[in-house]
Design a protein. Structure first.
Lengths: 830, 156
């Protein structure tokens, strides 16, 4: 459709205000928990307080007798019918994956697992009754710490998360560039560098995080009527529908899943949950609508977590900084089960540790490990933030080792802009990019040279507040994904996306997309695309999604795929509409199809002033009074697009951190980022995605960590303890972009949903470490709390390691006058 | 059960409520004011923020019986005669929301902030919104939204 491409783009690139906002700013919202149906009953979950225990008895009579309780269900009651929650990505044929019943039957394997379900007439009464269920447990040794869990065997007596498996090791996954034929032998490269080059070995920790979307998860199931309808706070209504059918045996045609307004996901709602399956089961049993909404504490405890890896990296280089090989050995904590794609998350990082660099040899090894903690799965970036962190941290360490500016080292090794398309050592073909341009732009925005000068001044004067500058030159693979590639990785589904474009008789357009938004602004951005493509007004396009009976086909929203895969499906469906309309336009204009052109929403006959608007063709098609013989009276069109490649946004992120060397307090001074995400549909939405992504990545660096105690209890189980950043913790950002259009989709776009999160974490930690290298500090474990920073400084200086006993003195004790204020400067009580 | 009488978004309402019922539960469950949402159970997130007699409160931190005789304004009552409040307008203008779940509370808190300080600095805005969590926007555009509202006389 060359005629279309010549059309001046009116909408694409415009900072349109969002269509979806009017409802959201006036409270006219439809969150799942807002839904109330006649006769609806409510669920409360009784959850295990133990990380690993046998259930020896459950006494439910008191709960049953509680006011307005309808039923109490235990795992044993439904053992034969509840099925097992699916794992869609068995990463190896011999992967060990324990059965995953929605309600534990005889053993609990993490603190927070559901043991019994209360059904009552109100949510409050259900919760009251949940307190009355009396359960006897026999505690079992819990596998908690990741490294210890990896080593545990029946012989050495280490705790096993699932004793029947005989090991905590789930799967070992490896990529080797020599074996794959994509590069050299990494062990040889390392051996050679040990002789005459440089070898750096580092171990980094990716702490466990919690996605912490703002809307707690909620599910309503209505079994009345012919279809069973589920409303769910989910990112994946289509996958959920498919898996509900596959697990329960209910016909897929009898299930309708609706994701109404969904309050954020970040991967955290990329799951088919026990709570969804339980609500579905109870509704079918009772024949009545059922609702379950989790509390925030339940959400933090039992909704899946993310990250949690130990990363061992070995990098080999020549003395001039040319990297000759990279070897990665990961331990990844799966938690209690191999969840929907939990096993595959680290594999999504397997192709990304080599990042933007031309490493000649590469090897990736990953051991996934089961423990008695909440299971892990996708969290914004899923595998790629971990990889980016590892490589960008070690590149800074290598620069420090070689005594060169970290940019100089990166530039020596990165892919030059004239070398695209470039096939990497991991076997991916990067289609486009320009690392030099993004870096030059970011450095100018940041004031790199001035800040380096200030850093030097502060070092020289011995300022107690030191300045650190952190760099992250990231890329990622997103736009999940070519179906064949996913198949080759043993993923259970494809990576296509579906769209329909329906022309209504009044000239309005309905666009159906399988990509279901939960804050990303699809309604607005997709309207802009269709408005340009069909030459209709932005306001005349209605984007429908998130209901499997409306947008019947799709693979949903994750992996920065909505625009680059879903948007392309829309483009293709719109082009089919134009093709169909052109036939009818030619007929009505009494012209040959070859003489009809489409531009700016009008079909015109070449060399004449005759023409018809798209809306006129739509009305004529609806009337169907005068169509060419054999032409069906419809312009509506579908398209299913399967991408040919991943999509590779990149960018240069720069962070300046001030570190108070006396207190360990770190303060962000400046953050500048230049991202290249190809052509931009709506710059306002893109900036918003970046801002939010940045803060999630920064939060990993500075504040967030899911912490378990020695008994396996999550001690960061509320927003009091899990430190989500506030407006007062954060700063405003300086953003810009360069443009290297993607060559694998019509619009030249690249994904942006995860970019900020992937890029920002190493920039921040690199900045903190940069400020402290002068004291001999090599690493600060995330989150870089004042305590850790202070300890890093003082440990590196060789002092005070064991001198913090006093800080542990009881605050409220007779010896301190019960005041909690005692002088501990000498290390003990005053 | 205790009888309460109050005004919510301009309408007089009366109900018998359990003494333990939270104001946010009353708004959502009894009145169907589902524009106000619940994001946590420790009064950290601020998603449930409403105005009680003209001052912002977290409605999960107020019992319904404490609102007896009071005037409550929720996000649903902020626009007057179909005309958006300037703060609502500014959140849309500056893309101060994404998923929109924190937005009702964020807007109600911003209105209160501007009432007390019509021309706040960036830092005053950041500190003033500290009790409201957002996971989508990174706060950058929320701060801009409040600045924009202030510049448009949003304190009114």
């Amino acid at each position: 459709m060359t005629a279309v491409q010549e059309t001046p783009t009116a909408e694409i690139g415009k900072d349109r205000r969002r269509k979806e906002d009017q409802r959201l700013i006036t409270g006219r919202t439809r969150w799942t928990d807002n839904i109330t149906l006649p006769g609806m009953v409510h669920l409360a979950m009784v959850r295990s307080p133990f990380a690993h225990a046998k259930i020896t008895n459950i006494e439910t009579s008191a709960a049953l007798a509680s006011p307005n309780v309808v039923r109490v269900i235990t795992g044993a009651d439904v053992a034969d019918e509840q099925g097992s929650l699916p794992n869609a990505w068995p990463i190896t044929p011999d992967q060990k994956a324990p059965a995953h019943p929605p309600i534990a039957v005889d053993r609990v394997v993490f603190a927070g697992e559901i043991v019994a379900v209360i059904v009552a007439r109100s949510a409050a009464e259900a919760r009251d009754a949940a307190e009355l269920v009396d359960i006897d447990y026999e505690e079992l040794p819990a596998a908690l710490e990741l490294k210890a869990a990896a080593e545990a065997t029946p012989e050495n007596g280490g705790a096993l998360a699932h004793p029947e498996l005989g090991t905590n090791k789930s799967a070992f996954w490896k990529f080797d560039s020599a074996e794959a034929g994509t590069g050299g032998n990494v062990d040889e490269a390392i051996a050679k560098a040990r002789e005459g080059g440089v070898v750096l070995e580092r171990e980094y920790r990716q702490q466990r995080l919690i996605p912490a979307f703002m809307e707690p998860r909620s599910t309503v199931v209505d079994p009345t009527g012919e279809q069973i309808t589920m409303w769910a706070a989910t990112q994946i209504p289509h996958i959920l529908k498919f898996l509900l059918a596959a697990v329960t045996g209910v016909s897929e045609a009898k299930i309708r899943v609706i994701a109404p307004d969904v309050g954020g996901g970040f991967g955290g709602k990329l799951q088919t949950t026990p709570e969804e399956f339980i609500t579905f089961l109870v509704a079918r049993k009772l024949g009545k609508p059922v609702k379950y909404t989790e509390t925030r504490s339940e959400s933090l405890m039992a909704a899946h977590h993310g990250r949690d890896q130990w990363q061992k990296l070995t990098i080999a280089a020549e003395k001039d900084g040319t990297v000759t090989g990279l070897k990665v050995e990961l331990l990844a904590d799966l938690g209690s089960h191999v969840s929907l794609i939990g096993g595959g998350v680290p594999v999504l990082g397997a192709f990304m540790f080599n990042a933007i660099y031309k490493f000649p040899a590469y090897q990736f090894n990953c051991q996934t490990v089961l423990t008695n903690k909440t299971w892990t799965d996708a969290y914004r970036g899923a595998g790629r933030p971990e990889a980016t962190f590892g490589i960008e941290r070690i590149m800074d360490d290598l620069a420090a080792e070689l005594g060169v500016d970290p940019f100089e080292l990166r530039e020596k090794n990165w892919i030059k802009h004239e070398e695209f398309p470039f096939t990497t050592v991991a076997g991916l073909e990067y289609d486009s990019g320009n690392y030099e341009a993004a870096t030059a732009n970011a450095k100018a925005m940041f004031g790199y040279d001035e800040l380096r000068a200030e850093q030097a001044r502060r070092r020289e004067s011995g300022d107690k507040v030191q300045l650190g500058i952190g760099i992250s030159t990231f890329t990622e693979m997103c736009g999940l994904a070519p179906s064949r590639v996913l198949g080759s990785l043993d993923y259970g589904a494809g990576g296509w996306e579906h769209a329909s474009v329906r022309m209504l008789p009044t000239g309005k357009v309905e666009v159906l997309t399988g990509a279901s938004a939960h804050g990303q602004g699809h309604e607005t951005a997709f309207s802009q695309i269709v408005a340009d493509r069909l030459g209709v007004a932005f306001e005349d396009v209605e984007v429908l999604h998130g209901d499997t009976q409306v947008a019947h086909k799709g693979l949903d929203t994750y992996g920065s795929r909505s625009l680059v895969v879903g948007g392309e499906a829309i483009v293709k469906a719109a082009d089919k509409v134009i093709d169909k309309a052109k036939v009818i336009a030619a007929h009505l204009l009494e012209a040959s199809e070859d003489d009809v052109e489409f531009s700016g929403g009008r079909f015109t006959v070449k060399g004449t002033d005759q023409g018809l608007a798209m809306a006129e063709i739509a009305l004529a098609t609806f009337a169907a009074h005068n169509l060419p013989d054999g032409v069906e009276p419809s312009l509506d069109s579908d398209a299913t697009f399967d991408p040919v490649n991943f999509n590779y946004p990149h960018g240069t992120h720069l962070c300046a951190m001030e570190v108070d060397t006396e207190t360990g307090q770190v303060t962000m001074r400046k953050y500048a980022a230049c991202d290249d995400i190809g052509n931009i549909i709506n710059p306002l939405i893109v900036e918003g995605q970046l801002h939010g992504g940045l803060v999630q990545g920064i939060a990993q660096a500075l504040w967030e960590e899911a912490v378990y105690d020695d008994a396996g209890t999550l001690v960061t189980g509320s927003f009091v303890d899990y430190l989500l950043p506030t407006s007062a913790d954060t700063i405003s950002f300086d953003l810009d972009h360069t443009t290297s259009p993607a060559t694998t989709n019509t619009l030249g776009t690249k994904g942006v949903g995860e970019a900020g999160t992937i890029a920002s974490t190493p920039a921040v930690v690199n900045a903190v470490v940069d400020a402290l290298r002068q004291f001999g500090v090599q690493d600060v474990r995330m989150p870089c709390t004042p305590e850790r920073v202070w300890k890093a400084i003082n440990d590196a200086r060789g002092g005070e390691k064991a001198e913090t006993v006093g800080a542990a003195a009881p605050h409220f004790d007779a010896s301190t006058g019960m005041e909690g204020t005692t002088d501990r400067t000498t290390g003990g009580h005053a | 059960m205790t009888r309460i009488n109050l005004t919510v978004d301009g309408a007089k309402v009366a109900d018998d409520v359990e003494p333990r019922m939270l104001l946010v539960q009353y708004l959502r469950e009894k009145l169907g004011k589902t524009g106000t949402v619940i994001g946590c159970d420790t009064s950290n997130c601020g998603a449930c923020t409403v105005h009680l007699d003209g001052t912002s409160v977290k409605s999960c931190n107020v019992l319904a019986v404490q609102a007896d005789g009071a005037e409550v304004t929720t996000i649903e009552g902020l626009a007057q005669d179909g005309e958006l409040h300037q703060v609502q307008e500014s959140f849309r203008e500056c893309h101060g929301l994404q998923c929109g779940f924190c937005t009702p509370g964020m807007i109600m808190q911003s209105v209160d902030l501007l009432k007390n300080n019509p021309n706040p600095s960036e830092q005053e805005i950041r500190v003033g919104l500290e009790g409201n969590l957002c996971r989508c926007t990174g706060y950058h555009n929320i701060v801009k939204s409040v600045q924009h509202a202030a510049s448009q006389g949003g304190a009114q």
